[in-house]
Ligand binder design. Structure first.
Ligand code: AMP
Ligand code: ZN
Length: 466
């Protein structure tokens, strides 16, 4: 039974989906005014883990992530650089997708852009006006938080008695400054605006997520995620806007990932302590090590990001790769022995139990390292058969379907294999044995074992890809 920690109830809850077997997931996407930093990617890598695990557990996942391509900073930066909004945001949207691919983050099924959904936002604001939750001031439209009794439920804040009628126009603010927030901002001179039924202007940040999530996932959907800084005001406001418009519960489970920190402080652009993915790769670290470090501690704990942590992550990946290599050397495609099959099934159960407990990745990894240790022991005692090694590889590969930190197994076609064998025999002729071993190991990692015989080099597929 998969249980996830719901910020709304402060408890781990069983996932019960609106539609059997399908998870509808919304995650707040990047504001494309600059490169995303590695703190942002902690959140996005966590969300990738969630979707991979949901699929591992047999769900079909429909995942929507918005691209915030209009906000105060974007407007300002685009203007400073003499660019249109589209030109400016296209660059950072492309960079975000490229960085996500580098980190093996699967792209969501849908990535709608805010600027393509102005009519949906306008329709939602009109509904809020009709339902008595919104009012106009100087061409802008605000949400009246005193009209929505549930305001504060997500962030566990009691807003009774706060000054009513005070307004805030910026999209980001803290609880102390809780005010009626802008749904629609009146057009300002020199700023981009849309001519609409509710007047000329542009949307506030919060309304885009309500409009796009409900458009693609329905008025009530299963899971909504974001970093911990989005609980207030962004998600609190999303609930108020969505439920104020529909009268139905908006989201079943709210999941929030904790911050990535550097020297005890949240990584953020405003603190000037941020690194982009590109900075860290330039420092010689691998995308896999970054991903491993981001995933190896629990998502609800703060994560201190250090070079030392990255080195340890790389060493852990190496342990997994060494294990696969050792197993490949002896694996044959046949059934494992019954006792080993039972050991694998037990490890798999423990892995699922750990992940089912609110995605406890560190416990899941511990299960795998225990399994590796005991498998090596069997090997040392000459009790590991070829079919057992094959089953062991499959187990580690399954884990990697969730974690995605190992080099992917690419199915090589025969021609490629023959070309590599040719390259290797040429290396051997030059007495470049380091290169020849490298080619042999590379093939082995891809499931192709070479055998040098008097008649020449033969090859064999150790196991087929599932
Ligand atoms: P933004 O592009 O600022 O809207 O942020 C994108 C995502 O990154 C949001 O879900 C934020 O909550 C998250 N985020 C921002 N800073 C951090 C951090 N230091 N650690 C983890 N997540 C963060
Ligand atoms: Zn959002």
């Amino acid at each position: 039974m998969l249980r996830l920690y719901n910020t709304l109830t402060n408890a781990k809850e069983e996932l019960k989906t609106v539609e059997e077997g399908v998870v509808r997931l919304y995650t707040c996407g990047p504001t494309v005014y600059d490169y995303a930093h590695i703190g942002n990617f902690r959140t996005f890598v966590f969300q990738d883990l969630l979707r991979r695990y949901l699929r591992f557990r047999g769900y079909r996942v429909i995942h929507v992530m918005n691209i915030t391509d209009v906000d105060d900073r974007i407007i300002q930066n685009a203007r400073e650089q003499g660019m249109s909004l589209e030109e400016y945001t296209a660059k950072y949207t492309a960079a975000f997708i490229e960085d996500s691919r580098t980190l093996r983050i699967e792209l969501p099924e849908l990535m709608p852009r805010a600027t393509d959904h102005i009519p949906e936002m306008v329709a939602l604001i009109k509904k809020l006006e009709a339902n008595g939750y919104a009012y106009r001031r100087d061409g802008s439209i605000y949400f009246n938080i005193s009209r929505f009794p549930g305001y504060g439920r997500l962030s566990k804040t009691d807003f009774r008695g706060i000054q009513t009628g005070a307004r805030v126009d910026t999209d980001k603010y803290d609880k102390e400054n809780a005010r009626d927030f802008a749904l629609w901002k009146a057009a300002k001179k020199g700023e981009v605006f849309w001519e609409t039924e509710i007047g000329p202007g542009r949307p506030g940040w919060h309304i885009e997520c309500s409009a796009m999530s409900m458009k693609y996932l329905g008025e009530t959907f299963d899971i909504h995620c974001g970093g911990a800084d989005l609980v207030f005001p962004h998600h609190e406001n999303e609930i108020a806007q969505s439920e104020g418009a529909t009268g139905k519960p908006f989201v079943r489970l709210w999941l929030h990932s904790e911050f990535l920190i550097v020297d005890g402080e949240k990584m953020s652009k405003s603190l000037g302590n941020q690194f982009t993915l590109r900075d860290i790769l330039a420092g010689g670290h691998s995308p896999e090590a970054i991903r491993y470090l981001l995933l190896s501690s629990h998502y609800r704990k703060q994560l201190n990001f250090t070079a030392d942590g990255l080195r340890q992550a790389q060493a852990s990946i190496q342990r997994l790769e060494d294990f696969l290599q050792r197993m490949s050397e002896v694996a044959v495609e046949e059934a494992p022995r019954p006792d080993f099959a039972e050991a694998v099934a037990g490890a798999r159960r423990d892995l699922v139990e750990a992940m089912d407990d609110d995605l406890n990745t560190s416990a899941a990894l511990a299960v795998v390292y225990d399994f590796i240790r005991s498998t090596y022991q069997r090997m040392d005692q000459q009790e590991l058969g070829g079919g057992d090694a094959n089953a062991a590889i499959e187990f580690v590969r399954d884990l990697d379907g969730i974690f995605a930190v190992l080099p992917p197994e690419a199915e090589l076609v025969d021609d490629e294999i023959l070309r590599k064998i040719e390259e290797r025999s040429e290396a051997r002729k030059r007495r470049d044995f380091a290169e020849s071993d490298r080619i042999r190991d590379w093939l082995l990692a891809k499931g192709i074992r070479l055998e040098d015989t008097r008649e020449g080099t033969r090859w064999k597929r150790v196991r087929s890809r599932t």
